[in-house]
Design a protein around this ligand. Structure first.
Ligand SMILES: N[C@@H](CCC(=O)N[C@@H](CS)C(=O)NCC(=O)O)C(=O)O
Length: 218
């Protein structure tokens, strides 16, 4: 069997890449990273061969191609149920899938106003009202989970798919100096200090700056 390959983009800017990578590492599969720059026409052509959506992350495992972060999470959960990406309890699993889905399909104001940029810091950044609404909803989701399952991660003692899905939000809150309630601030610290997050952040910090246009918006 050939080794699994996870195709990802920038570690500094690629929030979906971060989610896919965390899911693969949390699941404990043995994989190689394949990096593509999605704004370069030749790599876009390459990416189209790899992933019909053009988008990354994309996982090749055991002859299968899996693209789209939620599909990767579900695939890995089926492959390695013992990794605990999704909670063992059915009701908690339904809750977990609901908040992962909400992240996957929503919060477009936050995503466009506060793009992931791990290297950058914008002290005192003013989030506009639309983004503030998304921030309020996300922190309400976190507080509800921490209260129900006692933390420190969203579904209890160990990190899982929901923490991977919300990890790029934690990096954004740090980048854009977003003030949140104490429970959410603690959760952000917990997620950001995970060894896997530290490993990704260290790699993002040494990545060459290729996407300068994302920086000049501010
Ligand atoms: N819904 C997709 C979103 C993936 C996505 O937007 N990926 C970005 C990079 S992080 C991408 O590939 N952008 C390239 C492009 O738009 O050409 C998922 O869940 O995987």
């Amino acid at each position: 069997m050939s080794k699994a390959v996870l195709t990802i983009a920038s570690k500094n800017y690629g929030s979906w890449s971060l989610r896919g990578w965390l899911l693969c590492r949390m699941a404990g599969i043995d994989f190689e990273e394949h990096h593509v720059g999605t704004d370069d026409p030749s790599t876009r052509a390459e990416l189209l061969l790899l992933s019909p959506s053009f988008l990354v992350p994309r996982l090749t495992h055991d002859g299968l191609k899996v693209w789209d972060t939620l599909a990767i999470a579900e695939y890995l959960h089926e492959l390695k149920p013992e990794a605990g990406l999704l909670p063992a309890d059915q009701a908690q699993r339904a809750h977990c899938r609901s908040i992962c889905g909400e992240m996957h399909s929503g919060f477009s104001n936050l995503r466009s106003a506060l793009p992931m940029n791990i290297k950058a810091r914008f002290p005192g950044f003013k989030s506009w009202a639309g983004a503030r609404g998304d921030i309020d909803r996300i922190t309400a989701i976190w507080r509800e989970c921490i209260e129900a399952y006692r933390g420190p991660f969203l579904f209890g003692a160990a990190p899982g798919a929901a923490d991977a899905m919300y990890a790029p939000v934690c990096t954004r809150f740090l980048t854009y100096d977003v003030a949140v309630d104490p429970v959410s601030a603690d959760y952000c610290r917990t997620n950001m200090t995970l060894p896997l997050m530290q490993e990704w952040i260290a790699a993002a910090k040494v990545e060459p700056d290729e996407l300068e246009e994302l920086d000049v918006e501010f």
